[in-house]
Design a protein around this ligand. Structure first.
Ligand code: NAG
Ligand code: NAG
Ligand code: NAG
Ligand code: NAG
Ligand code: FE2
Length: 465
């Protein structure tokens, strides 16, 4: 080996090095220099305005909606009553003066250590028309509250739609900025990548913080559907206090339309909104070969994704597969090894994750050629591969993850240790506009943006610089 190297003329060696560098795509990504003010991240106090209980005896509180079927022709409305069960009925219709339809839901409470929840109601409104504004009300017999939502447009290949992308929100003053900035940006549904309330940061996982969180976000999620992904802060697994059922508070409070997509568990499912097919996975449920999640995803990607009908294929997970931050480094690795090949073969457009409390966007890369004998194990540019976005920067109590590895790996296009949220605007089957909005000292500022080109309809276009 050494002898042969010495025989190579110097010029040829230089050329070889240049070629290798070019092939590897040596241009480095951007590590943003923006530094946020170093004020502490504190939860909003229990008497904060955003946590106020609505006035009136047994008034419905914590109102939220999510899709009740796979496309939004049904909507599931959830709320909590504190003093007594009250009515399970939701009245709805096309104007506030004409809520002439009604549906009846169910209610239940749950116990967590020495906490007992209020009466948690879920009611699915079915047979809705797509792209139509509905008014709805609940709380009959005591205090009636009225809200409205617009159902998503009927899925199709060229249906514009704007999603908000939020993760790891919590209930700090920063969380409130993130939500306010998202509201100002005006999306029509939120893809939430997990870690909602951070109630488990409190002694005994104080479930009152699940209630405060739901009152805090009601101002958005009562009016537009949020799609939920389970994060580690949803586990609430605490055998030391006798709580051994993972995801108990989360699943009691936040239903998902999992049956509509052939899933057997609420933690993984899919929806079709406008031109997007959105697949939600659980980082904290079994995904090894033959497990229910593995079997479901296999069928989902092979049989149920149709890029001619819904061109944009987006996957939500909590723990990122590509993350160059010291925090939670490589926690998503075993799931990546299990599923990355499938996502590349399916030409997924975008993978959204949270968990790491900073922002990072990858180039289109994959690391799927390794097998146990060939020794190849490096992420390489791959135009069939998804773009990975870590959006775990909602602003929760644990603070910012500001420990990026150096040098920045080639797969990382842009990274910044700030709070914020992103938006994804699908324009048509070929183009979507993605933007990340940093919380900049109280204001929102676009700090990263990219035009995505669809992996099915424009597969050879490299859009990930
Ligand atoms: C949260 O944000 C809303 C909307 O910007 C504002 O009205 C409210 O006062 C804020 N609450 C706190 C506790 O910061
Ligand atoms: C639950 O137990 C904790 C610790 O013993 C106590 O501080 C709290 O007041 C109790 N809560 C209820 C609702 O009993
Ligand atoms: C920062 O990340 C590195 C790994 O990249 C780790 O070894 C180190 O302990 C981390 N530092 C802190 C303060 O978390
Ligand atoms: C799709 O949207 C992009 C961005 O707005 C636009 O440039 C392109 O012309 C559109 N394609 C079609 C077929 O309308
Ligand atoms: Fe997390």
């Amino acid at each position: 080996m050494g002898a042969r190297h010495q025989l190579l003329p110097l010029a040829a060696l230089l050329l070889l090095l240049l070629l290798l560098a070019a092939a590897a795509g040596a241009s480095g990504g951007v590590t943003s220099g923006y530094r946020r003010k170093a004020e502490a991240t504190a939860d909003m106090p229990l008497d904060a305005d955003v946590f106020r209980v609505p006035p009136g005896y047994n008034a419905p509180q914590q109102v939220h909606i999510t899709l009740g079927d796979q496309t939004g022709a049904a909507m599931t409305v959830s709320w909590v009553t504190a003093s007594e069960p009250g009515s399970d009925t939701v009245a709805y219709g096309r104007s506030p003066g004409k809520m002439d339809l009604s549906a009846r839901g169910t209610h239940a409470r749950y116990d967590y250590y020495n906490y007992t929840s209020g009466f948690i109601h879920h009611c699915t409104l079915a047979n809705l028309k797509h792209g139509v504004k509905y008014w709805y009300a609940m709380g009959f017999g005591h205090t009636v509250r009225t809200f409205w939502f617009t159902t998503p447009p009927k899925p199709g290949p060229d249906v514009p739609f704007k999603f908000g992308l939020i993760g790891d929100l919590g209930q700090t003053f920063d969380s409130n900025s993130t939500l306010s900035h998202y509201e100002a940006n005006g999306g029509s549904a939120v893809l939430f990548v997990g870690d909602l309330s951070y109630a488990d940061s409190y002694p005994l996982h104080d479930n009152n913080r699940w209630d405060t969180w739901a009152r805090f976000v009601e101002r958005s999620v009562a009016y537009q559907p949020w799609l939920w992904t389970a994060g580690n802060h949803e586990l609430d697994y605490a055998p030391e206090i006798g709580e051994t059922t993972p995801f108990k508070p989360f699943t009691r409070r936040y239903p998902t339309p999992f049956r509509a997509s052939g899933s057997t568990e609420p933690l993984w499912y899919s929806v079709k909104i406008a031109s997007a097919h959105v697949v939600v996975l659980s980082s904290y449920s079994a995904y090894g070969q033959y497990t229910p999640q593995w079997a479901w995803l296999d069928e989902e990607l092979r049989l149920r994704v149709d890029r001619r009908a819904t061109p944009w294929l987006v996957v939500l997970i909590h723990s990122p597969w590509y993350n160059s931050n010291g925090y939670h480094y490589m926690e998503g690795e075993s799931m990546r090894v299990q599923f990355e090949r499938w996502l590349v073969d399916a030409r997924v457009d975008l993978v959204l994750a949270g968990h790491v409390h900073s922002y990072e966007r990858s180039r289109r890369v994959s690391n799927v050629v390794y097998d146990i004998v060939n020794g190849k194990a490096t992420p390489v540019r791959d135009l069939d591969a998804p773009m990975y976005v870590n959006i775990g920067d909602g602003g929760n109590i644990e603070g910012i993850a500001d420990n990026f590895t150096r040098p920045q790996p080639r797969y990382s296009a842009f990274r910044e240790a700030s709070f914020g949220h992103a938006t994804l605007e699908i324009k048509n089957r070929t183009h979507a506009y993605y933007e990340w909005h940093r919380n900049h000292d109280g204001a929102k500022v676009v700090a990263d943006s990219v035009w995505l080109t669809n992996r099915y309809w424009m597969p050879t276009q490299d859009d990930s610089n």
